[in-house]
Design a binder for this molecule. Structure first.
Ligand code: SF4
Length: 317
């Protein structure tokens, strides 16, 4: 059995920054530091930070007045910033700058009097954060969330001439293109963002799976079940007709997935640490993998700056 390794895979710059923010806040302020929602969607990362003293909470009222709270990489509704201020909380915002870019776009579109269609997944914190940039009473035209072509067919808008769309950053590039095409067919005047909202990391990891999938018999994606971009990687392989599975860790790998499959492709979602990929490779070796072949793919050099207050010492790790 041969293992093919996708390039790029695993951590993106937004995830690295978010983890670094929690690490530094803990180092500078000491435990506990509160984190609203999972900082990134990976069980291993969350458990590691919890062991260092991070306390993950669902809502701000679980943070004692005057405490420190970190907002996750997925971003938060505007109201959450106000609520944090009202509770006297010190905030470090780990929202990925590429999610913030979408929030800035939404604010501009709303200021110009446009109604906005957000293409995203219902219930995902990023969709909730972006939808929460429009506020009741302040932005009466508001926003609509669409997830499927059927949602587009049922959409009722106030003025088709003043309509814009934005997307979640971690969508399937191909599915999003279909939904945008359906929106354009129904509302020809709809305008999109200047630059695509689907981020470089999502695009590159999906491209890498498209390159790898035809070369292998099964694809294993390292990623937690609630990770949007990891699920999309599994779907990309499946849509190309290749069997694909997601594992949170090497322990989830089922030997029967490998039966009669001489080539196994491995990748990891943007929130999955390389350590988990290495453990998976080790498990594959135990199950008979003779070689590991890294594939060619896009090189990434994106690094995001840290909040000024945490940026004083050099990066850890
Ligand atoms: Fe930022 Fe993209 Fe990574 Fe999300 S997947 S944290 S948007 S770089």
């Amino acid at each position: 059995m041969e293992v093919l390794l996708a390039k790029p895979r695993g951590f993106c710059a937004g995830v690295e920054r978010a983890i670094e923010i929690v690490d530094r806040a803990l180092a500078q302020l000491g435990a506990p530091v509160y984190v609203r929602h999972e900082i990134v969607h990976n069980r291993f990362v969350v458990e590691d930070l919890r062991a260092k003293g991070a306390l993950f909470v669902k809502e701000l009222d679980e943070v004692p007045r005057g405490g420190t709270v970190i907002f996750s990489a997925h971003g938060v509704p505007k109201k959450i910033f106000r609520d944090a201020e009202a509770r006297g909380l010190k905030v470090f915002d780990a929202t990925c700058p590429l999610v913030t870019k979408v929030h800035v776009e939404v604010a501009k579109m709303l200021r110009e009097g446009n109604q906005i269609v957000m293409i995203g997944h219902r219930g995902h914190p990023e969709s909730e954060g972006t939808m929460g940039q429009a506020e009741e009473g302040i932005h009466p035209v508001g926003m609509h969330l669409v997830e499927t072509l059927e949602d587009v067919a049922q959409l009722r808008v106030r003025d088709p001439a003043r309509l814009c769309y934005v997307t979640q950053t971690t969508l399937s590039v191909d599915d999003a293109a279909q939904i945008v095409a359906a929106l354009r067919a129904r509302f020809p005047a709809i305008r999109g963002p200047k630059r695509d909202d689907i981020c470089y990391a999502t695009q590159n990891r999906q491209d890498a799976v498209k390159f790898m999938a035809p070369r292998c018999d099964v694809v294993i994606v390292v990623g937690s079940p609630n990770s949007s971009n990891s699920n999309r990687l599994r779907e990309v392989a499946q849509k190309m007709g290749v069997e694909a599975h997601m594992v949170d860790s090497a322990a989830d790998l089922k030997p029967e997935w490998l039966a009669g499959k001489p080539r196994v492709g491995v990748t990891a979602g943007a929130s999955a640490p390389e350590l988990l990929v290495n453990e998976l490779i080790e498990r594959l070796r135990q199950l008979g993998a003779k070689s590991v072949r890294p594939l060619e793919g896009a090189a990434e050099h994106v690094v995001f700056t840290l909040p000024r207050e945490l940026a004083r010492q050099g990066r850890s790790g």
